[in-house]
Ligand binder design. Sequence first.
Ligand SMILES: [Zn+2]
Length: 413
Amino acid sequence: MLPLLRHCCAFGIHHPLIWRSILQTSARERKQIRSWGAQCSANYEGASVSEKDNPLQKLALPDNSLLDARILYCTSPALGHNKEAHPESNKRVPAIVEALEKLELNHKHRGSQVLEIQNFNPASLDDVARVHSRSYITGLEKAMSTASEEGLILIEGTGPTYATETTFRESLLSAGAGITLVNSVVAASKLGPNPPLGFALVRPPGHHAVPQGPMGFCVFGNIAVAARYAQHQHGLKRVMIIDFDVHHGNGTSDAFYDDPDIFFLSTHQFGSYPGTGKIDQVGQGDGEGTTLNLPLPGGAGDYAMRCAFDEIIAPSAQRFKPDIILVSAGYDAHALDPLAGLQFTTGTFHMLASNIRRLAKEICGGRCIFFLEGGYNLQSLSSSVADTFRAFLDEPMPRSAVRRSGDVFGRAD
Ligand SMILES: [Zn+2]
């Protein structure tokens, strides 16, 4: 059955969301969540929700900064959206930020080359409603009062996806990070031929969230919302989404399965969650041919991904001729990740980022934004994002990593 139909059935005709309180949530966990929630509220208050804002006014950077920058990034760590012992934890984004500092890849060490956009706006409800049903959005918002009383709720039938009292607003903020980067990268591309690459270091991730609801740790489809925003607000008609997370991006696929202007290409481990993404699922109706799934066998490794890029991904992009490339950057295909087994190395992610950067420059004026999806081993996640930053800066991997050829932190070729 087609993914779109399958998920409609899973959520029911009226998309009922069934919220279940976690009665066994420990007092310590509830206290932690409230504490993190307070911190996040403070961050959130700095960014006002307004559906009437001129999107270009959301840009926090002057033109000269956009000209100098090689990387623009936003962070949305969602500190209040957390469940003890859950792999999609609130330690993920802080671990990446810490690695960027330690490896001298942030603004403090790179000056105008690397800029973090802070105090960006959350996505508006209209932005999110271009992808998700209004009934899901309002249902999630209403469920926040239950989450506030109970500390933590689970969303049944969605894989192990949970919500806390901050989930709704933190998810809007994560989607807003992507929108802010679309605005910034597009603005920069009008100033010169080498716009910076964007990276939305955000959570909860988004590529499993289907139009009718959350799924697989994902709440709102951050990359899907950004794709629709790029079309609607900037007139970028053709969008290519490359998803190299180890799992199939079924939510993104569902959102655009019949859309001929959005080309969704996913590499993932064959047979892994959620079981969709077969090679014969190629889109439907007008969108037939603009979905491409490349399921890779377990243990496929670095060489398989290099071949897939050179022989399929790059030629597909060159033929589609997108106006912007968005990337679902999941790092759970790394050999150290606990959730899958494609056996990628940090070198694989460096290669992918380098190749995608060159591809974007060649075919769409350099407009390219990465979105954090999976990646659950904090060490391999942060190292791999750091090497992605190096690739964005057109820098090789550090000598120490290359010397350990074949190592999970090194180059595998
Ligand atoms: Zn994943």
